[in-house]
Design a protein around this ligand. Sequence first.
Ligand code: NAD
Length: 501
Amino acid sequence: MTSTDTRVIAHWLDGKSFAGTSENTAPVTNPATGQITGRLALANLEDARTVIDAAAAAFPAWRDTSLARRTQILFSFRELLNARKGELAEIITAEHGKVLSDALGEISRGQEVVEFACGIPHLLKGGYTENASTKVDVYSIRQPLGPVGIISPFNFPAMVPMWFFPVAIAAGNTVILKPSEKDPTAAIWLAELWAEAGLPPGVFNVLQGDKLAVDELLENKAVKAISFVGSTPIAQYVYATGTANGKRVQALGGAKNHAIVLPDADLDLAADAMVNAGFGSAGERCMAISALVAVGDIADELVAKIVERTTPLVTGDGTKNSDMGPLVTKAHRDKVASYVDAGEKDGATIVVDGRTVQADGGPDGFWLGPTLIDHVTTDMSIYTDEIFGPVLSVVRVDTYDQALELINNNPYGNGTAIFTNDGGAARRFQNEVEVGMIGINVPIPVPMAYYSFGGWKNSLFGDTHAHGTEGVHFFTRGKAVTSRWLDPSHGGINLGFPENS
Ligand code: NAD
Protein backbone atom coordinates (compact mmCIF):
# COMPACT_ATOMS: atom_id res chain seq x y z
CA MET A 1 0.00 0.00 0.00
CA THR A 2 1.28 3.47 -0.77
CA SER A 3 0.60 6.58 1.23
CA THR A 4 -0.56 9.92 -0.15
CA ASP A 5 -1.18 11.71 3.09
CA THR A 6 0.07 11.94 6.64
CA ARG A 7 -3.18 13.50 7.86
CA VAL A 8 -3.91 12.52 11.46
CA ILE A 9 -7.51 11.81 12.45
CA ALA A 10 -7.81 12.69 16.13
CA HIS A 11 -10.40 12.61 18.90
CA TRP A 12 -12.87 15.41 19.70
CA LEU A 13 -13.66 16.72 23.13
CA ASP A 14 -14.84 19.95 24.70
CA GLY A 15 -15.69 21.32 21.28
CA LYS A 16 -12.23 20.90 19.77
CA SER A 17 -9.79 18.40 18.32
CA PHE A 18 -7.81 16.37 20.86
CA ALA A 19 -4.63 14.56 19.79
CA GLY A 20 -4.45 12.28 22.82
CA THR A 21 -1.30 10.87 24.36
CA SER A 22 -1.18 7.48 22.63
CA GLU A 23 1.41 6.82 19.96
CA ASN A 24 -0.70 4.02 18.46
CA THR A 25 -2.25 4.71 15.08
CA ALA A 26 -4.11 2.76 12.42
CA PRO A 27 -4.05 3.45 8.67
CA VAL A 28 -7.18 4.75 6.95
CA THR A 29 -7.39 3.87 3.26
CA ASN A 30 -9.32 4.98 0.21
CA PRO A 31 -10.84 1.68 -1.01
CA ALA A 32 -11.04 2.91 -4.61
CA THR A 33 -7.28 3.54 -4.83
CA GLY A 34 -5.90 1.29 -2.12
CA GLN A 35 -3.85 4.21 -0.82
CA ILE A 36 -3.43 5.24 2.79
CA THR A 37 -5.02 8.65 3.21
CA GLY A 38 -4.64 9.21 6.92
CA ARG A 39 -3.56 7.86 10.28
CA LEU A 40 -6.12 7.34 12.98
CA ALA A 41 -5.17 8.05 16.59
CA LEU A 42 -6.03 4.95 18.64
CA ALA A 43 -6.90 5.92 22.20
CA ASN A 44 -5.03 4.57 25.18
CA LEU A 45 -6.75 4.30 28.56
CA GLU A 46 -5.82 7.85 29.55
CA ASP A 47 -7.24 9.27 26.31
CA ALA A 48 -10.46 7.29 26.71
CA ARG A 49 -10.90 8.52 30.29
CA THR A 50 -10.17 12.13 29.28
CA VAL A 51 -12.93 12.03 26.65
CA ILE A 52 -15.42 10.33 29.01
CA ASP A 53 -14.60 12.87 31.75
CA ALA A 54 -15.37 15.72 29.34
CA ALA A 55 -18.79 14.21 28.61
CA ALA A 56 -19.45 13.72 32.32
CA ALA A 57 -18.44 17.30 33.15
CA ALA A 58 -20.76 18.73 30.49
CA PHE A 59 -23.80 16.73 31.61
CA PRO A 60 -25.17 18.79 34.56
CA ALA A 61 -25.40 22.02 32.57
CA TRP A 62 -26.77 20.31 29.44
CA ARG A 63 -29.50 18.42 31.28
CA ASP A 64 -30.59 21.74 32.83
CA THR A 65 -30.57 23.58 29.49
CA SER A 66 -34.15 24.40 28.54
CA LEU A 67 -35.96 22.31 25.97
CA ALA A 68 -36.44 25.47 23.93
CA ARG A 69 -32.69 26.08 23.74
CA ARG A 70 -31.88 22.43 23.06
CA THR A 71 -34.30 22.27 20.17
CA GLN A 72 -33.02 25.56 18.71
CA ILE A 73 -29.57 23.95 18.52
CA LEU A 74 -31.05 20.80 16.96
CA PHE A 75 -32.77 22.91 14.30
CA SER A 76 -29.49 24.75 13.57
CA PHE A 77 -27.67 21.42 13.25
CA ARG A 78 -30.36 20.20 10.85
CA GLU A 79 -30.07 23.35 8.69
CA LEU A 80 -26.26 23.12 8.51
CA LEU A 81 -26.36 19.40 7.73
CA ASN A 82 -28.92 19.89 5.00
CA ALA A 83 -26.94 22.72 3.42
CA ARG A 84 -23.54 21.01 3.56
CA LYS A 85 -24.27 17.30 3.24
CA GLY A 86 -22.31 17.15 -0.02
CA GLU A 87 -19.07 17.64 1.96
CA LEU A 88 -19.94 14.77 4.28
CA ALA A 89 -20.86 12.52 1.34
CA GLU A 90 -17.40 13.09 -0.17
CA ILE A 91 -15.76 12.10 3.13
CA ILE A 92 -17.86 8.92 3.31
CA THR A 93 -17.06 7.92 -0.28
CA ALA A 94 -13.33 8.54 0.24
CA GLU A 95 -13.12 6.23 3.26
CA HIS A 96 -15.98 3.73 2.82
CA GLY A 97 -16.04 3.52 -0.97
CA LYS A 98 -19.81 3.70 -1.58
CA VAL A 99 -20.94 5.85 -4.51
CA LEU A 100 -21.68 9.51 -3.78
CA SER A 101 -25.44 9.24 -4.37
CA ASP A 102 -25.59 6.39 -1.86
CA ALA A 103 -23.53 8.38 0.66
CA LEU A 104 -26.02 11.24 0.26
CA GLY A 105 -28.86 8.76 0.79
CA GLU A 106 -27.36 7.56 4.05
CA ILE A 107 -27.02 11.15 5.28
CA SER A 108 -30.66 11.88 4.38
CA ARG A 109 -31.84 8.87 6.41
CA GLY A 110 -29.76 10.12 9.36
CA GLN A 111 -31.10 13.64 8.89
CA GLU A 112 -34.62 12.27 9.28
CA VAL A 113 -33.71 11.27 12.84
CA VAL A 114 -32.39 14.78 13.51
CA GLU A 115 -35.74 16.11 12.27
CA PHE A 116 -37.56 13.63 14.50
CA ALA A 117 -35.47 14.75 17.49
CA CYS A 118 -36.37 18.41 16.81
CA GLY A 119 -39.79 17.44 18.16
CA ILE A 120 -38.35 16.23 21.49
CA PRO A 121 -40.51 18.52 23.69
CA HIS A 122 -43.59 16.68 22.51
CA LEU A 123 -41.88 13.30 22.95
CA LEU A 124 -40.78 14.05 26.52
CA LYS A 125 -44.22 15.17 27.69
CA GLY A 126 -45.41 13.16 30.67
CA GLY A 127 -48.91 12.38 31.91
CA TYR A 128 -50.81 14.24 34.62
CA THR A 129 -53.70 12.88 36.68
CA GLU A 130 -55.50 15.42 38.79
CA ASN A 131 -57.13 14.25 42.02
CA ALA A 132 -55.98 10.62 41.72
CA SER A 133 -56.85 10.45 45.38
CA THR A 134 -58.56 13.32 47.14
CA LYS A 135 -56.36 16.37 46.56
CA VAL A 136 -53.55 14.11 45.38
CA ASP A 137 -52.14 14.56 41.87
CA VAL A 138 -49.89 12.08 40.05
CA TYR A 139 -47.65 12.91 37.12
CA SER A 140 -44.75 11.44 35.17
CA ILE A 141 -41.54 12.95 33.84
CA ARG A 142 -38.72 11.57 31.72
CA GLN A 143 -35.12 12.53 32.49
CA PRO A 144 -31.80 12.00 30.68
CA LEU A 145 -29.37 9.29 31.81
CA GLY A 146 -25.98 11.06 31.70
CA PRO A 147 -23.04 10.43 29.36
CA VAL A 148 -23.91 7.72 26.82
CA GLY A 149 -21.61 5.77 24.47
CA ILE A 150 -22.35 5.09 20.79
CA ILE A 151 -20.16 2.46 19.11
CA SER A 152 -20.67 2.29 15.36
CA PRO A 153 -19.73 0.04 12.41
CA PHE A 154 -17.92 0.93 9.19
CA ASN A 155 -20.83 0.52 6.82
CA PHE A 156 -22.81 3.66 7.73
CA PRO A 157 -20.30 6.11 9.25
CA ALA A 158 -22.88 8.93 9.35
CA MET A 159 -26.33 7.31 9.44
CA VAL A 160 -25.79 4.80 12.23
CA PRO A 161 -24.40 7.39 14.70
CA MET A 162 -27.35 9.59 13.67
CA TRP A 163 -29.80 6.83 14.61
CA PHE A 164 -28.81 7.60 18.19
CA PHE A 165 -27.08 10.90 18.92
CA PRO A 166 -29.82 13.35 17.86
CA VAL A 167 -32.27 11.70 20.27
CA ALA A 168 -29.68 11.27 23.03
CA ILE A 169 -28.60 14.92 22.85
CA ALA A 170 -32.12 16.32 22.47
CA ALA A 171 -33.18 14.37 25.56
CA GLY A 172 -30.41 16.02 27.60
CA ASN A 173 -27.65 13.38 27.58
CA THR A 174 -24.03 13.92 26.60
CA VAL A 175 -22.46 11.64 23.99
CA ILE A 176 -19.19 9.82 23.37
CA LEU A 177 -19.14 8.44 19.81
CA LYS A 178 -16.65 5.65 19.06
CA PRO A 179 -16.64 5.33 15.24
CA SER A 180 -15.26 2.44 13.19
CA GLU A 181 -11.49 2.57 12.66
CA LYS A 182 -12.08 2.10 8.92
CA ASP A 183 -13.91 5.38 8.24
CA PRO A 184 -13.53 7.70 11.24
CA THR A 185 -13.48 11.15 9.59
CA ALA A 186 -17.26 11.52 9.18
CA ALA A 187 -17.60 11.59 12.99
CA ILE A 188 -15.16 14.51 13.25
CA TRP A 189 -17.02 16.42 10.53
CA LEU A 190 -20.27 15.90 12.45
CA ALA A 191 -18.57 17.09 15.65
CA GLU A 192 -17.44 20.29 13.93
CA LEU A 193 -20.98 20.82 12.68
CA TRP A 194 -22.38 20.50 16.21
CA ALA A 195 -19.90 23.15 17.41
CA GLU A 196 -21.00 25.45 14.58
CA ALA A 197 -24.65 24.82 15.49
CA GLY A 198 -23.95 26.13 19.01
CA LEU A 199 -23.84 22.89 21.00
CA PRO A 200 -21.94 23.56 24.25
CA PRO A 201 -18.47 21.98 24.50
CA GLY A 202 -18.43 18.45 25.94
CA VAL A 203 -21.96 17.50 24.89
CA PHE A 204 -20.82 15.64 21.74
CA ASN A 205 -17.40 13.96 21.86
CA VAL A 206 -15.57 11.52 19.61
CA LEU A 207 -13.30 8.80 20.96
CA GLN A 208 -11.21 7.15 18.24
CA GLY A 209 -9.95 3.67 18.90
CA ASP A 210 -10.31 -0.07 18.96
CA LYS A 211 -11.23 -2.69 21.57
CA LEU A 212 -9.43 -0.78 24.32
CA ALA A 213 -11.65 2.28 23.80
CA VAL A 214 -14.79 0.11 23.59
CA ASP A 215 -13.90 -1.74 26.79
CA GLU A 216 -13.40 1.51 28.70
CA LEU A 217 -16.83 2.74 27.53
CA LEU A 218 -18.32 -0.56 28.72
CA GLU A 219 -16.63 -0.47 32.12
CA ASN A 220 -16.35 3.21 33.08
CA LYS A 221 -18.93 4.03 35.74
CA ALA A 222 -19.61 7.50 34.32
CA VAL A 223 -21.10 6.00 31.13
CA LYS A 224 -24.76 5.18 31.68
CA ALA A 225 -25.86 3.57 28.42
CA ILE A 226 -24.40 2.02 25.28
CA SER A 227 -25.86 1.95 21.78
CA PHE A 228 -23.84 -0.48 19.68
CA VAL A 229 -24.13 -1.51 16.03
CA GLY A 230 -21.83 -4.08 14.43
CA SER A 231 -21.30 -7.79 13.93
CA THR A 232 -23.13 -10.35 16.06
CA PRO A 233 -20.18 -11.71 18.08
CA ILE A 234 -19.13 -8.19 19.13
CA ALA A 235 -22.76 -7.16 19.76
CA GLN A 236 -23.13 -10.14 22.09
CA TYR A 237 -19.89 -9.23 23.89
CA VAL A 238 -20.90 -5.57 24.21
CA TYR A 239 -24.33 -6.50 25.56
CA ALA A 240 -22.96 -8.99 28.10
CA THR A 241 -20.14 -6.71 29.30
CA GLY A 242 -22.15 -3.50 29.35
CA THR A 243 -25.09 -4.99 31.26
CA ALA A 244 -22.71 -6.75 33.69
CA ASN A 245 -21.39 -3.27 34.45
CA GLY A 246 -24.89 -2.01 35.20
CA LYS A 247 -25.47 -0.12 31.96
CA ARG A 248 -28.49 0.05 29.73
CA VAL A 249 -27.44 -1.54 26.41
CA GLN A 250 -28.95 -1.90 22.95
CA ALA A 251 -26.61 -3.91 20.70
CA LEU A 252 -27.62 -4.38 17.07
CA GLY A 253 -25.85 -7.27 15.34
CA GLY A 254 -25.39 -8.86 11.93
CA ALA A 255 -27.94 -10.12 9.43
CA LYS A 256 -28.80 -12.59 6.70
CA ASN A 257 -31.80 -11.09 4.98
CA HIS A 258 -34.04 -13.24 2.79
CA ALA A 259 -36.50 -12.10 0.14
CA ILE A 260 -39.26 -14.49 -0.88
CA VAL A 261 -40.61 -14.19 -4.42
CA LEU A 262 -43.96 -15.97 -4.83
CA PRO A 263 -45.09 -17.28 -8.24
CA ASP A 264 -47.74 -14.54 -8.60
CA ALA A 265 -45.27 -11.67 -8.04
CA ASP A 266 -44.47 -9.00 -10.63
CA LEU A 267 -41.13 -10.50 -11.69
CA ASP A 268 -39.80 -7.26 -13.22
CA LEU A 269 -40.42 -5.40 -9.97
CA ALA A 270 -38.86 -8.26 -8.00
CA ALA A 271 -35.79 -8.43 -10.28
CA ASP A 272 -35.22 -4.66 -9.96
CA ALA A 273 -35.54 -4.95 -6.20
CA MET A 274 -33.12 -7.88 -5.95
CA VAL A 275 -30.45 -6.01 -7.90
CA ASN A 276 -30.88 -2.82 -5.84
CA ALA A 277 -31.00 -4.60 -2.49
CA GLY A 278 -28.34 -7.21 -3.28
CA PHE A 279 -25.69 -5.00 -4.86
CA GLY A 280 -26.36 -1.45 -3.59
CA SER A 281 -23.47 -0.22 -1.44
CA ALA A 282 -21.61 -3.38 -2.58
CA GLY A 283 -23.86 -5.43 -0.31
CA GLU A 284 -22.31 -3.81 2.78
CA ARG A 285 -25.70 -2.97 4.28
CA CYS A 286 -27.22 -4.68 7.29
CA MET A 287 -30.52 -4.63 5.38
CA ALA A 288 -29.07 -5.93 2.09
CA ILE A 289 -30.84 -8.94 0.61
CA SER A 290 -28.33 -11.78 0.40
CA ALA A 291 -30.68 -14.77 -0.02
CA LEU A 292 -33.37 -14.76 -2.70
CA VAL A 293 -35.88 -17.55 -2.09
CA ALA A 294 -37.65 -18.32 -5.38
CA VAL A 295 -40.90 -20.21 -4.81
CA GLY A 296 -42.31 -22.58 -7.48
CA ASP A 297 -41.46 -22.56 -11.16
CA ILE A 298 -40.48 -18.88 -11.58
CA ALA A 299 -36.79 -19.30 -10.68
CA ASP A 300 -35.37 -19.60 -14.23
CA GLU A 301 -37.28 -16.56 -15.49
CA LEU A 302 -36.43 -14.48 -12.39
CA VAL A 303 -32.72 -15.36 -12.53
CA ALA A 304 -32.66 -14.39 -16.25
CA LYS A 305 -34.24 -11.02 -15.45
CA ILE A 306 -31.68 -10.40 -12.68
CA VAL A 307 -28.78 -11.27 -15.00
CA GLU A 308 -30.16 -8.84 -17.63
CA ARG A 309 -30.09 -6.05 -15.04
CA THR A 310 -26.77 -6.99 -13.41
CA THR A 311 -24.61 -7.29 -16.51
CA PRO A 312 -24.60 -3.55 -17.39
CA LEU A 313 -23.77 -2.42 -13.84
CA VAL A 314 -20.54 -0.43 -13.56
CA THR A 315 -18.31 -1.17 -10.58
CA GLY A 316 -15.87 1.64 -9.98
CA ASP A 317 -14.72 4.70 -8.09
CA GLY A 318 -17.65 6.10 -6.11
CA THR A 319 -16.80 9.66 -7.13
CA LYS A 320 -17.34 8.78 -10.79
CA ASN A 321 -20.55 7.63 -12.44
CA SER A 322 -20.37 4.10 -11.04
CA ASP A 323 -23.31 2.01 -9.88
CA MET A 324 -21.31 0.27 -7.19
CA GLY A 325 -18.06 1.04 -5.38
CA PRO A 326 -15.28 -1.14 -3.97
CA LEU A 327 -15.36 -3.14 -0.74
CA VAL A 328 -14.07 -1.39 2.36
CA THR A 329 -10.69 -3.12 2.80
CA LYS A 330 -8.54 -5.58 0.88
CA ALA A 331 -8.97 -8.16 3.64
CA HIS A 332 -12.75 -7.87 3.42
CA ARG A 333 -12.70 -8.04 -0.39
CA ASP A 334 -10.62 -11.23 -0.24
CA LYS A 335 -12.87 -12.78 2.42
CA VAL A 336 -16.00 -12.15 0.32
CA ALA A 337 -14.28 -13.59 -2.78
CA SER A 338 -13.30 -16.68 -0.78
CA TYR A 339 -16.99 -17.29 0.01
CA VAL A 340 -17.72 -17.24 -3.72
CA ASP A 341 -14.87 -19.74 -4.24
CA ALA A 342 -16.38 -21.96 -1.53
CA GLY A 343 -19.87 -21.75 -3.08
CA GLU A 344 -18.46 -22.82 -6.44
CA LYS A 345 -16.59 -25.71 -4.81
CA ASP A 346 -19.75 -26.74 -2.96
CA GLY A 347 -21.60 -27.14 -6.28
CA ALA A 348 -23.59 -23.89 -6.59
CA THR A 349 -23.81 -22.27 -10.05
CA ILE A 350 -21.95 -18.96 -10.46
CA VAL A 351 -24.26 -17.12 -12.87
CA VAL A 352 -22.57 -13.71 -12.72
CA ASP A 353 -18.97 -13.75 -11.46
CA GLY A 354 -17.78 -10.56 -9.76
CA ARG A 355 -14.31 -11.94 -9.15
CA THR A 356 -13.29 -11.06 -12.72
CA VAL A 357 -14.80 -7.56 -12.76
CA GLN A 358 -13.15 -4.83 -14.86
CA ALA A 359 -13.54 -1.92 -12.48
CA ASP A 360 -13.56 1.73 -13.46
CA GLY A 361 -11.03 2.71 -10.80
CA GLY A 362 -7.47 2.39 -9.55
CA PRO A 363 -5.56 -0.86 -10.09
CA ASP A 364 -5.07 -1.28 -6.35
CA GLY A 365 -8.74 -0.70 -5.41
CA PHE A 366 -10.60 -3.38 -3.48
CA TRP A 367 -12.83 -4.49 -6.35
CA LEU A 368 -15.38 -7.24 -6.49
CA GLY A 369 -18.27 -6.99 -8.93
CA PRO A 370 -21.89 -8.06 -8.45
CA THR A 371 -22.07 -11.82 -8.08
CA LEU A 372 -25.16 -13.98 -8.60
CA ILE A 373 -25.09 -17.59 -7.43
CA ASP A 374 -27.90 -20.04 -8.21
CA HIS A 375 -28.83 -23.45 -6.79
CA VAL A 376 -27.50 -22.54 -3.35
CA THR A 377 -28.42 -24.98 -0.59
CA THR A 378 -28.69 -24.34 3.13
CA ASP A 379 -25.58 -26.33 4.06
CA MET A 380 -23.23 -24.11 2.01
CA SER A 381 -21.18 -21.42 3.81
CA ILE A 382 -22.33 -18.96 1.14
CA TYR A 383 -25.81 -19.45 2.66
CA THR A 384 -25.08 -19.96 6.36
CA ASP A 385 -22.71 -17.02 6.88
CA GLU A 386 -23.21 -13.27 6.70
CA ILE A 387 -21.09 -12.40 3.63
CA PHE A 388 -21.49 -8.59 3.67
CA GLY A 389 -20.55 -8.17 0.02
CA PRO A 390 -22.20 -7.93 -3.44
CA VAL A 391 -23.21 -11.58 -3.51
CA LEU A 392 -26.81 -12.66 -4.09
CA SER A 393 -27.59 -16.34 -3.54
CA VAL A 394 -30.67 -17.98 -5.05
CA VAL A 395 -32.30 -20.77 -3.06
CA ARG A 396 -35.09 -22.63 -4.90
CA VAL A 397 -38.05 -24.04 -2.95
CA ASP A 398 -41.45 -25.44 -3.92
CA THR A 399 -43.80 -23.80 -1.44
CA TYR A 400 -44.40 -20.69 0.66
CA ASP A 401 -44.21 -22.82 3.82
CA GLN A 402 -40.72 -24.06 2.91
CA ALA A 403 -39.62 -20.46 2.28
CA LEU A 404 -41.03 -19.30 5.62
CA GLU A 405 -39.36 -22.17 7.43
CA LEU A 406 -35.96 -21.16 5.97
CA ILE A 407 -36.31 -17.66 7.36
CA ASN A 408 -37.63 -18.70 10.74
CA ASN A 409 -34.85 -21.27 11.15
CA ASN A 410 -32.18 -18.68 10.44
CA PRO A 411 -30.38 -17.38 13.53
CA TYR A 412 -30.61 -13.78 12.29
CA GLY A 413 -33.81 -11.74 12.13
CA ASN A 414 -33.00 -8.23 10.91
CA GLY A 415 -34.99 -7.61 7.72
CA THR A 416 -36.93 -9.61 5.16
CA ALA A 417 -39.22 -9.03 2.20
CA ILE A 418 -41.96 -10.79 0.28
CA PHE A 419 -42.84 -10.14 -3.35
CA THR A 420 -46.40 -11.08 -4.25
CA ASN A 421 -49.66 -9.71 -5.63
CA ASP A 422 -51.64 -11.72 -3.09
CA GLY A 423 -52.61 -9.53 -0.12
CA GLY A 424 -53.60 -12.57 1.91
CA ALA A 425 -50.18 -14.18 1.46
CA ALA A 426 -48.44 -10.94 2.41
CA ARG A 427 -50.63 -10.57 5.48
CA ARG A 428 -49.90 -14.14 6.53
CA PHE A 429 -46.17 -13.54 6.06
CA GLN A 430 -46.08 -10.37 8.19
CA ASN A 431 -47.82 -12.31 10.93
CA GLU A 432 -45.77 -15.51 10.80
CA VAL A 433 -42.23 -14.42 10.04
CA GLU A 434 -39.78 -14.07 12.96
CA VAL A 435 -37.96 -10.95 11.79
CA GLY A 436 -37.99 -7.36 13.08
CA MET A 437 -38.49 -5.40 9.84
CA ILE A 438 -40.71 -6.63 6.99
CA GLY A 439 -41.05 -5.38 3.43
CA ILE A 440 -44.04 -6.16 1.26
CA ASN A 441 -42.94 -5.56 -2.33
CA VAL A 442 -40.25 -3.36 -0.71
CA PRO A 443 -36.77 -4.89 -0.57
CA ILE A 444 -35.06 -2.79 2.13
CA PRO A 445 -37.74 -1.95 4.68
CA VAL A 446 -35.80 0.53 6.84
CA PRO A 447 -38.44 2.16 9.05
CA MET A 448 -38.89 5.92 9.06
CA ALA A 449 -37.31 7.87 11.93
CA TYR A 450 -40.61 8.06 13.84
CA TYR A 451 -40.82 4.26 13.90
CA SER A 452 -38.02 2.23 15.47
CA PHE A 453 -35.23 0.29 13.73
CA GLY A 454 -34.15 -3.13 14.97
CA GLY A 455 -34.12 -6.82 14.30
CA TRP A 456 -34.93 -9.97 16.25
CA LYS A 457 -32.88 -12.97 17.36
CA ASN A 458 -29.10 -12.63 16.76
CA SER A 459 -29.63 -9.27 15.05
CA LEU A 460 -30.35 -7.42 18.31
CA PHE A 461 -29.35 -7.92 21.94
CA GLY A 462 -31.41 -5.90 24.38
CA ASP A 463 -35.07 -5.04 24.13
CA THR A 464 -35.04 -1.54 22.66
CA HIS A 465 -34.81 -0.66 19.00
CA ALA A 466 -33.19 2.52 17.64
CA HIS A 467 -34.90 5.93 17.25
CA GLY A 468 -38.67 6.55 17.24
CA THR A 469 -40.45 6.29 20.58
CA GLU A 470 -38.24 3.37 21.63
CA GLY A 471 -35.16 5.54 21.12
CA VAL A 472 -36.60 8.28 23.32
CA HIS A 473 -37.32 5.72 26.04
CA PHE A 474 -33.83 4.24 25.75
CA PHE A 475 -32.17 7.60 26.36
CA THR A 476 -34.43 8.66 29.24
CA ARG A 477 -35.75 7.17 32.45
CA GLY A 478 -39.15 7.74 33.91
CA LYS A 479 -40.21 9.13 37.25
CA ALA A 480 -43.71 9.17 38.68
CA VAL A 481 -44.48 11.93 41.17
CA THR A 482 -47.34 11.78 43.66
CA SER A 483 -48.06 15.18 45.15
CA ARG A 484 -50.42 16.66 47.67
CA TRP A 485 -50.68 20.33 48.48
CA LEU A 486 -52.49 20.78 51.73
CA ASP A 487 -55.68 22.70 51.54
CA PRO A 488 -54.64 23.43 54.34
CA SER A 489 -56.26 20.52 56.26
CA HIS A 490 -53.93 17.88 57.69
CA GLY A 491 -54.40 14.17 56.94
CA GLY A 492 -53.37 12.97 60.39
CA ILE A 493 -51.28 9.98 61.30
CA ASN A 494 -51.86 6.74 59.37
CA LEU A 495 -49.22 3.99 59.43
CA GLY A 496 -51.15 1.79 56.97
CA PHE A 497 -50.69 1.66 53.22
CA PRO A 498 -52.92 4.46 52.04
CA GLU A 499 -56.16 3.54 50.29
CA ASN A 500 -57.51 5.83 47.65
CA SER A 501 -60.30 8.02 48.89
P1 NAD B 1 -17.60 -4.85 13.83
O1 NAD B 1 -18.38 -5.66 14.80
O2 NAD B 1 -16.29 -5.38 13.36
O3 NAD B 1 -17.27 -3.40 14.47
C1 NAD B 1 -18.28 -2.60 15.05
C2 NAD B 1 -17.64 -1.73 16.14
O4 NAD B 1 -17.12 -2.58 17.16
C3 NAD B 1 -16.48 -0.88 15.64
O5 NAD B 1 -16.56 0.40 16.22
C4 NAD B 1 -15.25 -1.63 16.14
O6 NAD B 1 -14.17 -0.77 16.45
C5 NAD B 1 -15.75 -2.32 17.40
N1 NAD B 1 -15.07 -3.60 17.63
C6 NAD B 1 -14.59 -4.48 16.70
N2 NAD B 1 -14.04 -5.55 17.30
C7 NAD B 1 -14.17 -5.36 18.63
C8 NAD B 1 -13.80 -6.13 19.79
N3 NAD B 1 -13.18 -7.30 19.68
N4 NAD B 1 -14.09 -5.63 21.01
C9 NAD B 1 -14.71 -4.45 21.13
N5 NAD B 1 -15.08 -3.69 20.09
C10 NAD B 1 -14.82 -4.12 18.85
O7 NAD B 1 -18.57 -4.52 12.61
P2 NAD B 1 -18.20 -3.83 11.22
O8 NAD B 1 -17.41 -4.80 10.39
O9 NAD B 1 -17.65 -2.47 11.43
O10 NAD B 1 -19.66 -3.65 10.60
C11 NAD B 1 -20.32 -4.64 9.86
C12 NAD B 1 -21.28 -5.42 10.72
O11 NAD B 1 -22.23 -4.55 11.32
C13 NAD B 1 -22.09 -6.44 9.94
O12 NAD B 1 -22.19 -7.63 10.67
C14 NAD B 1 -23.46 -5.78 9.82
O13 NAD B 1 -24.55 -6.65 9.64
C15 NAD B 1 -23.54 -5.07 11.11
N6 NAD B 1 -24.52 -3.98 11.07
C16 NAD B 1 -25.72 -4.20 11.68
C17 NAD B 1 -26.68 -3.22 11.63
C18 NAD B 1 -28.01 -3.43 12.28
O14 NAD B 1 -28.78 -2.51 12.29
N7 NAD B 1 -28.32 -4.58 12.84
C19 NAD B 1 -26.41 -2.01 10.97
C20 NAD B 1 -25.18 -1.82 10.37
C21 NAD B 1 -24.23 -2.82 10.42
